[in-house]
Ligand binder design. Sequence first.
Ligand SMILES: Cc1cc2nc3c(=O)[nH]c(=O)nc-3n(C[C@H](O)[C@H](O)[C@H](O)COP(=O)(O)OP(=O)(O)OC[C@H]3O[C@@H](n4cnc5c(N)ncnc54)[C@H](O)[C@@H]3O)c2cc1C
Length: 388
Amino acid sequence: MIPELNEEQKLLKRNVRDFVEREIIPIADEYDRKYHPLPKDVAVGLLKKLLPFGYIGSTLPPEYGGQGLDRISYGILGEEMARAYVSLGMIAMMQDAALLPILAKDGTDEQRARFMPKVLSLEKITCLGLTEPDVGSGARDVKTTAVPDGDYYIINGTKTWITNGGIADIAVIFASTDPSKGARGISCFIVDKDESPFTTRELPKLGCRSCPTSEVIFEDCRVPKNNLVGNLGGAYPIALADLVEIRVGVGIGAVGLAQAAIDAAIKYARERQQFGRPIGKFQLIQEMIADMVMVTEAARFFCYQAYYLIGKGETCFREASMAKCFSTEMAVDVTSKAIQIHGAYGISEEYPVERYFRDARTLTFPDGASQIQKLIIGREMLGMSAFV
Ligand SMILES: Cc1cc2nc3c(=O)[nH]c(=O)nc-3n(C[C@H](O)[C@H](O)[C@H](O)COP(=O)(O)OP(=O)(O)OC[C@H]3O[C@@H](n4cnc5c(N)ncnc54)[C@H](O)[C@@H]3O)c2cc1C
């Protein structure tokens, strides 16, 4: 069940919506056309405006410098930002989720003191690297290696499709410290570009174009041993735990995007006249609007249900995968219908719905493609895994 929003959550929703309507929606289309991706100074400038709402360190406990927000409030932040500008929402989500939750759960006090304040203040931008050119859905087969050498590990390998990669000062990466052990040989490292340089290459893409997505390349990259997070070989569960919550974040982003498409379609259907009346009077247009609203509401339910369970500390692989898979596939359909309602203007850059469609199409891949989400749901229902 989804709890009714309390007064604080309602206030947060109103304040964030007012803010994005005033500051973000007016620039989103222009920036999406102009910046592929956003330059670092522009991205950081926008992130600074989001700080007072709690976008970074939102659910991190106050003793670590976080906001200690509940997960429903976190969902509200994600939904409202995606309704405005999903590319910026993804940059913010990665700054919030790449390192902070991992350090909160598995880091040492020394690592928390060294890195958390710099991430919370945006002095350091973070990214999370699991995917590699030959390792996508089968993430446990990582080929990037980390070999001990005195007080360092030497890291070699390439990560790809990394959100924030090109603007990142810190890459949180998963590398094999013992290839003979498979998933049990994967370890997690904090790679600070200042002391352990790495290079990046931007990957131009269909949607979410102003969010950086990059190859991140490590060539004999020397990383201090005290940047290992958690136990040697114990990082695959760390990655899985972080991914569950990010999955719901991608799902709620798709809900925000679908809501933006509905709002635009309703406005257009009221204004556009054909056959001497607004097209919104035609039953086939009303059917499309009704279908769009029904599936968006259903997706919203899936996402807030998953957040509710995460907030209660429950393991919810099934609910997180349902939220991610249903919401992102739903958003592709809803944004496509919004284009249909706009007629030819829907595919022009004069209206935002073409951006919504491209962004929605892009969201079916991050944190596991739809097929992988369905296999997780199947595994949870059957007690049998397709992956072993
Ligand atoms: C915008 C964007 C941002 C991203 N951000 C990050 C990031 O920050 N960090 C990061 O590490 N990664 C990131 N990724 C990578 C993302 O996690 C991968 O794209 C995803 O896991 C799928 O991997 P792949 O693209 O290599 O596809 P593949 O694994 O090669 O899959 C190709 C197709 O085969 C299907 N498939 C694969 N295995 C099976 C199976 N067992 N059964 C049925 N079908 C199967 C897939 O569903 C897909 O349709 C991002 C991707 C995108 C598009």
